[in-house]
Ligand binder design. Structure first.
Ligand SMILES: Cc1cc2nc3c(=O)[nH]c(=O)nc-3n(C[C@H](O)[C@H](O)[C@H](O)COP(=O)(O)OP(=O)(O)OC[C@H]3O[C@@H](n4cnc5c(N)ncnc54)[C@H](O)[C@@H]3O)c2cc1C
Length: 519
């Protein structure tokens, strides 16, 4: 079956389900977790539908730091099992399922006067342990080089903006980086579609009653009842709407978007310790297309969950001030071209009192990043918590639970060996006849994106000043990635929307794409 998603396919498949065709498993939510569940279930031979109220990757999954973590932070906190899980999942993404979307990135902790000798020693021990975990997970040093100490000259070569005075060298450690988090979600959804899953955006699940799911098509305003033998709730920070027994304590993480030139075009991520905290850092992580994301914060976000969280002025200030302590020349608000915030779907701790008890206050930074799979008395399996890095295990555990609960005839999980659309071994990707920028986003499909410009070379030019995105990518998103409007194009299939000024310039080109007819 085709992996292409489009408005026409959506309309056809929604009509089939609305007319009474039953599915084995219906997934609510198409963030990384829900898209992962859809793929896992479809790959086991189940009939699957996956619905999102908005779009692929509309929620937290598009606001992440875009890192595929090896679990260093969990090691430092003593959570060995979780750290191993992260390293094992990083290996699978990097080497088997999404080598086109994940690459190795050096992280450098400059040894400035802010980093005491004791902290340096502690960091070295942590990096060595992370290296050991990498090896145990089977990732060769050729793919993710070993951690090591480097001299001041090399620190400055990788991170030209770091303050020279008092620099004693640096520690470098390697981890995984996604080209963009939404591209992973889109690849998961399309791979699931290729195995027959119906991927339906703009479909809000309003209620689940036994085997009947009430759905509002937000494009037309019409309501439908879809029959499903099992339901998985993968709605992240909104999970409580479908299962009020799940207790979450969301925490807001904010990033700033900077132009790479403001930091001298860094070739590594800059790690800055947060003063007065033992295991917290701010990261300035280089991105494709000449940008750097500076993150991140960890603030409790109690109260109603907004569709799109907003960074606060205090968070923006904290990030800039923490970074500036390590730079030769301080950045100012004028260097910030965008900012975004996301809500982590953290599981509430009893001590945090989020369960209604008058417990000890727990900082969200200390709450567990483990995931929860829970089947309610109403028969809804909720999967929540975890990390983008561990989405595959979350999906596996959720499908296992739903299959067991509903008695579905399903094969064993096989996603550890299932390449996503566009995936190919690194040696093959290196020879794909297309610009590296496109290969990093579309992998082996990059030539097909280029081919859309045949007879219309203008489609290969950037669509506006300030961006590298081409018209061919927008057209591809409409024809093959289920983009239904300009917001899908600018805010999710591409990330131009992270820089409001560039978004305004790109709007006309995005509108024009919808005026083109299918060939
Ligand atoms: C600031 C920040 C940085 C992070 N960085 C990293 C990182 O670098 N690496 C990492 O591994 N993890 C990271 N994480 C964690 C990771 O981003 C999340 O764990 C993950 O994205 C959660 O995905 P999800 O699919 O569970 O939820 P979401 O992405 O929020 O998806 C839920 C979906 O459900 C839909 N939905 C809600 N209600 C309904 C309904 N009634 N009907 C239909 N659809 C509905 C929403 O529209 C949404 O698309 C970060 C998190 C944050 C906040």
């Amino acid at each position: 079956m085709s992996t292409s998603l489009s408005g026409a396919r959506r309309a056809r498949e929604l009509a089939e389900l609305a007319s009474g065709r039953e599915v084995d498993l219906l997934v609510v939510g198409l963030g990384v977790t829900g898209a992962g569940v859809a793929l896992d279930a479809a790959a086991r031979g189940l009939r699957v539908a996956a619905l999102d109220a908005h779009d692929l990757g509309f929620g937290t999954s598009r606001w992440s730091s875009k890192l595929v973590h090896g679990g260093l932070r969990y090691l430092a906190a003593g959570h060995l099992g979780l750290a191993y899980e992260c390293a094992a999942e990083r290996h699978i993404l990097l080497r088997r399922t999404a080598p086109h979307l994940v690459s190795a990135l050096p992280f450098v902790l400059p040894l400035t006067p802010l980093v005491s000798p004791a902290r340096t020693a502690l960091s070295r021990v942590g990096f060595a342990a992370a290296d050991a975990l990498r090896a145990v997970a089977g990732t060769p040093a050729a793919a993710l080089p070993r951690a090591r100490r480097i001299g001041a000259a090399e620190v400055l070569r990788l991170l030209p903006a770091v303050r020279r005075a008092g620099l004693r060298g640096g520690l470098v450690q390697w981890d995984g980086q996604l080209v963009d988090d939404v591209r992973l979600v889109v690849a998961l959804a399309r791979t699931a579609a290729g195995r027959g899953a119906r991927i339906l955006t703009r479909c809000r699940v309003e209620a689940v009653d036994g085997g009947t799911v009430a759905v509002l098509d937000t494009l037309t305003g019409s309501r439908h009842a879809i029959r499903a033998r099992a339901v998985v709730n993968a709605t992240g920070v909104w999970a409580q709407h479908l299962d009020p027994t799940v207790r979450l304590r969301p925490s807001r993480g904010t990033h700033l978007v900077l132009r790479a030139e403001a930091l001298g075009h860094p070739a590594a991520a800059l790690v800055v310790p947060v003063p007065g905290e033992r295991n917290r850092f701010v990261f300035a992580v280089p991105q494709p297309d000449g940008l750097v994301y500076l993150g991140l914060t960890d603030e409790a976000a109690d109260g109603p969950v907004p569709d799109v969280p907003e960074p606060t002025t205090a968070e923006i200030r904290f990030l800039l001030e923490t970074l500036n302590a390590t730079l030769g020349a301080a950045l100012t608000d004028a260097d910030v071209v965008g900012a975004f915030a996301g809500l982590r779907p953290l599981l509430a701790s009893r001590a945090g009192g989020a369960d209604g008890s008058a417990g000890r206050a727990v900082r969200t930074a200390d709450l567990s990043r483990r995931h929860l799979v829970h089947t309610s008395a109403a028969g809804i399996t909720t999967v929540v918590g975890g990390k983008l890095t561990t989405y595959r295990r979350m999906a596996r555990d959720a499908v296992d639970a739903a299959v067991a609960h509903a008695g579905l005839p399903a094969a064993a999980c096989r996603t550890a060996w299932l390449p996503l659309v566009g995936a190919a071994p690194a040696s093959v990707l290196a020879r794909v006849p297309a610009p590296a920028r496109l290969v990093a986003r579309y992998g082996a499909e990059a030539p097909a994106v280029l081919a859309l410009a045949q007879g219309d070379p203008e489609l290969l030019a950037p669509i506006a000043d300030g961006t590298e995105v081409t018209g061919a990518e927008l057209l591809w998103a409409v024809r093959h990635e289920g983009a239904l409007d300009v917001d899908d194009l600018l805010d999710r299939r591409t990330r131009i929307g992270l820089r409001p000024a560039d978004r305004a310039c790109a709007l006309a080109a995005a509108r024009a794409v919808f005026a083109r007819q299918e060939p």
